[in-house]
Write a protein that binds this ligand. Structure first.
Ligand SMILES: CC(C)(COP(=O)(O)OP(=O)(O)OC[C@H]1O[C@@H](n2cnc3c(N)ncnc32)[C@H](O)[C@@H]1OP(=O)(O)O)[C@@H](O)C(=O)NCCC(=O)NCCS
Length: 167
């Protein structure tokens, strides 16, 4: 994957441990998200997310990405290619900086991702949101993600699975 083709507006970089302070600064302002999806973010939880993999996947398919407007980190995405099946991609996490929210930035990033993945031959993008989180549900439905009907429970919340077809 050529991550420079994911966005025509932002510079996209793979984030590493050096980026944890700026990722934390972006995440910690999104308090609504952590009300629904506890625990609250820490530097350690970001470090752990950066190396987390679903079953049977390796780091060649994992892209923990930062979207930059100039020098400013404005969005973070955890993307797994070829999961849950080879023709699909999975967004494990997506968050924009509060300073750019509600201006179409998040939707533009998702559109750029979907058109690039479609060009690569992927058939769908899948993700989950925490049931009841109004911001996440509104955003993903607005971006043409449709509930698959599957959910799963954690100790603290229920995750609703949804996907957007690229065909
Ligand atoms: C969801 C998120 C990525 C959207 O990013 P964004 O840059 O604001 O995206 P857009 O501007 O393209 O769209 C935002 C939409 O959410 C809506 N929205 C914002 N806050 C909302 C809320 N509390 N309840 C319902 N809808 C809300 C906006 O009205 C807008 O929809 P509209 O265009 O129909 O009015 C961003 O709010 C975020 O990072 N939230 C915290 C993390 C999160 O929830 N991530 C997704 C779940 S994995």
């Amino acid at each position: 994957m050529d991550i420079s083709l994911l966005s025509d507006r932002c510079k996209v970089k793979h984030l590493t441990e050096d980026s944890i302070p700026e990722v934390y600064a972006l995440c910690c302002k999104n308090s609504l998200y952590y009300q629904y999806c506890p625990p609250f973010v820490t530097a350690e939880s970001i470090a752990s997310d950066m190396i987390a993999l679903p079953p049977n996947k390796d780091f060649s398919d994992k892209h923990y990405l930062g979207y930059y407007d100039g020098e400013k980190l404005i969005a973070v995405m955890d993307l797994i290619l070829g999961y849950p099946d080879p023709a699909m991609a999975f967004i494990g996490f997506f968050m924009t900086d509060v300073s750019v929210q509600n201006a179409g930035v998040g939707s533009g990033i998702i559109d750029g991702l979907c058109s690039y993945l479609k060009n690569l031959g992927f058939s769908a993008v899948r993700l989950g949101w925490v049931r009841g989180n109004p911001q996440a549900e509104h955003f993903w439905k607005k971006n043409r993600f449709i509930e698959t009907g599957a959910t799963y429970n954690t100790d603290h919340y229920t995750v609703v699975l949804a996907q957007r077809s690229l065909t």
